[in-house]
Design a protein around this ligand. Structure first.
Ligand SMILES: Cc1cc2nc3c(=O)[nH]c(=O)nc-3n(C[C@H](O)[C@H](O)[C@H](O)COP(=O)(O)OP(=O)(O)OC[C@H]3O[C@@H](n4cnc5c(N)ncnc54)[C@H](O)[C@@H]3O)c2cc1C
Length: 435
């Protein structure tokens, strides 16, 4: 078994891991990240939600996330933001700068939340969105003509249904736009009747695919009786050349254009996580991809992690590597990322060998999308004020951040990447201090 050494080890490869790694690099220490994939960040909309809603029987929508945080903390004093809200600005800045360095620009709105049309035909509340979606924001009271474009065979986004839904839903938030729809037929992939988001993105990365889409939309716009102010497109405009394609569409049609927000579509999350990785590698981080930490233990002057690299099954045991670091950051995410697991009705953090408790009827709201959020989602790792894990055996050298932490309900708060950014920045900074 080979041994690798690093000042700090980051376990995970999602938003939290990347923000922690950037904080460690900024502190002048070297960092190794170990992860099998991008977790929930990789299927996310690539937006940074900081705080959109304070959940409860009467949820409070936050126009300004900074003003919302004290309201949230009054209602939930043990919330993660109670420890790390002061690091929010630095954490978000770290993510935005990494993503931009890696080729995925994000747009913020002077500290305010905005409403962005999404794939479901409703509007999501976000603090930062990928630049590709930036033109799509709903501005209350603004009258405009919006064309919603879908692609025949790409069943993940139904332009007609989305346009009808935007038309109705916007009234709740003061929108005054008129929505129209068009289904474009692309022929470049032969006579296949269905095409996935990923395949469509691959096709639109080719000159042929991009040309076909631009020409079809341009023809539709030219033949229409009145001009459109904005064109909304599915979030599949490519993995590599998406920005060029969007700006060509704007030029060809003479109006604004944007992708709608992705919901569980992997194209945008993939662009976001790959840009973070590129940014980190450009700044000197060591990334062990396709690898998994199987055990973490205290070691002399630090932490030791056993890792398995590569494909594993009955025939392939993978390469075993031990990483020794002065300190480590656990950023393995929640139920989606893999950091928290359920064994029947018991919930565990396997890497900490810690049982968090059992799920009983009290933890579950029968209304799956209850405005108070599901209580069991608040389960997670307990940490001290400096984000070190509350377990003396690690001597304050193991820190935790992001979705694996206890005390937040990011799905109903719309706070996922914000919590990841703030808690990870603090965890990374303190992990680097330990050396
Ligand atoms: C469909 C979807 C859409 C979302 N959209 C948004 C959005 O637009 N905006 C927003 O703010 N939030 C969004 N969220 C929430 C957001 O993605 C999470 O809150 C955030 O990603 C948490 O980051 P994380 O790094 O803590 O966890 P994750 O992103 O889940 O990352 C966990 C990482 O740990 C790794 N890992 C797990 N176990 C091990 C192990 N044993 N060894 C090594 N590595 C391991 C995983 O491979 C992964 O890299 C969305 C979530 C989902 C599911």
């Amino acid at each position: 078994m080979s041994v690798k050494k690093s000042d700090v080890l980051v376990i995970g490869g999602g938003t939290a891991a990347c923000a922690a790694a950037e904080a460690i690099l900024q502190a002048g220490k070297n960092v190794t990240m170990v992860f099998p994939n991008g977790g929930s960040s990789e299927v996310s909309a690539g937006s940074i939600d900081i705080l959109g809603v304070v959940p409860g029987e009467e949820p409070v929508i936050c126009g300004d996330y900074k003003e919302g945080i004290p309201v949230l903390l009054e209602k939930y004093p043990n919330h993660v933001y109670a420890k790390c809200a002061d690091e929010l600005e630095q954490g978000v800045k770290a993510l935005v700068s990494l993503a931009e360095a890696g080729g995925c620009k994000l747009r913020g709105f002077d500290g305010k939340n905005v409403w962005i049309p999404n794939m479901l035909g409703t509007f999501s509340i976000n603090a930062y969105v990928p630049e590709m979606s930036g033109d799509g924001i709903l501005i209350p009271g603004e009258e405009k003509k919006v064309l919603v474009v879908g692609v025949k065979g790409n069943v993940a986004f139904n332009a007609k249904a989305a346009a009808m839904s935007y038309q109705q839903y916007q009234k709740k938030i003061g929108g005054k736009a008129d929505y129209f729809s068009a289904e474009i037929r692309l022929t470049g992939w032969g006579d296949r009747r269905k095409v996935s988001d990923g395949e469509l993105a691959d096709y639109l990365d080719t000159a042929e695919g991009a040309g076909e889409l631009i020409a079809s939309i341009q023809t539709f716009c030219r033949n229409n009786r009145y001009p459109f102010d904005l064109i909304l497109l599915p979030p599949v405009l490519g993995y590599v050349h998406e920005q060029e394609l969007l700006s060509e569409i704007r030029k060809a049609c003479g109006c604004k254009a944007a992708e709608v927000q992705a919901l569980g579509n992997s194209v945008v999350g993939y662009r976001f996580t790959r840009a973070l990785y590129r940014g980190l590698e450009m700044r000197g981080a060591r990334l062990l991809r396709g690898a998994k930490v199987t055990a973490v233990s205290p070691a002399e002057n630090g932490i030791e992690a056993e890792c398995t690299i590569g494909l594993t099954d009955q025939l392939h045991p993978g390469e075993k590597v031990t990483v020794h670091a002065s300190s480590a950051v656990l950023a393995t995410g929640g139920f989606v990322g893999g950091g928290i697991k359920a064994r029947r009705t018991e919930v565990w953090i396997e890497l900490l060998d810690k049982k968090l408790g059992g799920i009983t009827a009290d933890h579950l709201d029968r209304d799956a999308v209850s405005t108070s959020g599901q209580e069991f989602l608040r389960m997670g790792a307990e940490v001290n004020e400096d984000m070190s894990v509350k377990d003396e055996k690690y001597n304050g050298r193991l820190f935790a951040c992001g979705g694996v932490l206890a005390g937040h309900n990011s799905a109903s708060e719309r706070s996922g990447a914000g919590i990841a950014a703030a808690s990870a920045y603090l965890a990374g900074k303190n992990a680097a201090l330990n050396i």
